[in-house]
Design a protein around this ligand. Structure first.
Ligand code: SF4
Length: 463
């Protein structure tokens, strides 16, 4: 990745490790959308029964997540669990397996399980054709008991697969939020991020989403693409703003091992690239704030006056997530679990084939996971709430854990303060990042990982 067209390099605002002489802290270390990361999960032996895991959990307000591991292309920056295309019969076989899993999991949850939110993610859920999406909704409603007509339902889509008939099914079945992965409105940048698409097709897809009448449109954009300038970034932002999206997510580009861009060896000039991304982040943030958006987190912006819609990149600090599908995680208060994880396409194909071949009884036990200790629960709570622009209420933390974050994380919080990442003007009783702290969210998060999770992630052999 090079920043040859973006002018001079500035590290202004980049935190240091103290005293002004230490090396700058890298701002883009890792996107902590869930803690602990799946690379810290390990095979569970013996495999615990879901019935036991869920027996004592509160179940009156669960989140349901259905994972569809198919995309029509593999974007160069993507390390999500997904495969390109599906040979004849695979989507049907996958939905068959989802049905078996849903029946088994629903039974294991027992009486009284209620879902307060639902989401279809991936991959690309709209890779499924209209009739297949009906089946997916039926799995959520009839087998899991989620009332999609009454709870927020968020769905991810790509421009090419957001066809009118598929969107009509989703709107009719209760989708309240449609998130479209656009990444860039500049064709050359889309090619550069290894996601070839034409702007005209993206605009047409956005028109179809608006015509479908789904209340909340989210547009994902990426900054830090090779050749992207502040001008071209502004053009993408303005093209997105022309659709008055209720939400915008601005993602820094990452080059990850085993992804298309990673294989190209595109990460030259890390410091320059960091500076480019910070510059584009700041200009994008300022532009959206000027245009009537509020910042929810480093990545998320919401049009002022739009109510929360369940699309936040922070689900809840308390637990209760039921994931179905071979890439989905599930959370109880004591264990986070899923199936095996991979990034390499051949490995992913193997895991999907394995998933589709499982009998119903096999879904009654968790397979890969990580226990949530009291220390991990504290870290997760702090991490997920302090990365929100509004910050964390210390009283809420104290009520949950009986301790104060300053007692539990004195060294980490002192470092953040020293770097100017904590807001000294936050309201009393609120722990909040400063604008620069928020800009460095992807450095703040990893510093709150426990030594055990850090070691497990480091020992994980990526496949
Ligand atoms: S970014 Fe989205 S559309 Fe692209 S490969 Fe990843 S999951 Fe699929």
């Amino acid at each position: 990745m090079s920043t040859s067209t973006t002018g001079t390099i500035s590290t202004a605002g980049t935190g240091t490790t103290g005293g002004g002489t230490a090396a700058p802290v890298r701002p883009y270390q890792s996107y902590v959308y869930a803690y602990p990361h799946k690379t810290a999960y390990r095979p569970l032996t013996p495999r615990p029964a879901l019935r036991d895991l869920w027996a004592a959990e509160p179940k009156d307000s669960l989140s349901l997540y259905l994972h569809i591991p198919f995309c029509e292309v593999r974007c160069g920056f993507c390390n999500l669990f997904t495969r390109v295309g599906a040979p004849e019969g695979l989507v049907s076989a996958y939905l068959d397996a989802l049905e078996r899993q849903a029946d088994t999991v629903r039974e294991a949850l027992g009486e009284g399980a209620r879902f307060a939110t639902a989401a279809f993610g991936g991959g690309t859920p709209t890779f499924l054709e209209a009739a297949e999406l009906e089946r997916l909704c039926d799995i959520a409603v009839r087998r899991m008991g989620a009332d999609l007509a009454a709870v927020p339902l968020s769905v991810e889509a790509s421009p090419a697969t957001a066809t009118a008939d598929r969107l009509a099914v989703l709107a009719e079945r209760g989708a309240t939020r449609l998130s479209l992965g656009v990444q860039s409105f500049v064709d050359a940048e889309a090619r550069s991020a290894v996601r070839p698409q034409r702007r005209a097709d993206v605009e047409a897809a956005l028109g179809r989403v608006r015509d479908a009448g789904i209340p909340v449109l989210n547009i994902d954009l990426i900054y830090g693409i090779d050749g992207q300038t502040e001008d071209s970034w502004r053009r993408s932002l303005d093209a997105a703003l022309a659709w008055h999206p209720e939400e915008l997510y601005l993602y820094p580009l990452y080059v990850r091992p085993l992804t298309g861009l990673g294989r190209l060896g595109g990460a030259a000039g890390e410091a320059e690239w960091d500076a480019q991304r910070l510059r584009l982040y700041r200009s994008g943030r300022d532009h959206l704030l000027d245009q009537g958006y509020e910042q929810v987190s480093m990545r998320m912006f919401r049009r002022r006056g739009t109510p929360g819609t369940g699309g936040e990149d922070y689900a809840c600090q308390t637990d209760g997530m039921v994931g179905l599908g071979c890439g989905a995680r599930s959370y109880t208060s004591a264990l986070h679990y899923s199936f095996d994880y991979a990034v390499d396409m051949r490995e992913i194909r193997g895991i999907i084939d394995d998933y589709t071949s499982r009998p119903a009884a096999d879904f009654a036990r968790a397979e890969v996971g990580r226990a949530m200790t009291a220390d991990e629960a504290r870290r997760r709570h702090l991490l997920q709430s302090v990365l929100q622009a509004e910050g964390m209420r210390v009283a809420g933390y104290r009520a949950r854990f009986g301790t104060d974050p300053a007692e539990d994380f004195p060294a980490e919080l002192a470092r953040f303060a020293e770097r100017g990442w904590l807001d000294p003007d936050a309201a009393p009783g609120v722990l909040r990042l400063s604008p620069e702290g928020l800009a460095h969210s992807d450095a703040v998060g990893p510093e709150l990982f426990s030594p055990a999770v850090r070691a497990a992630m480091a020992a994980y052999e990526l496949k």
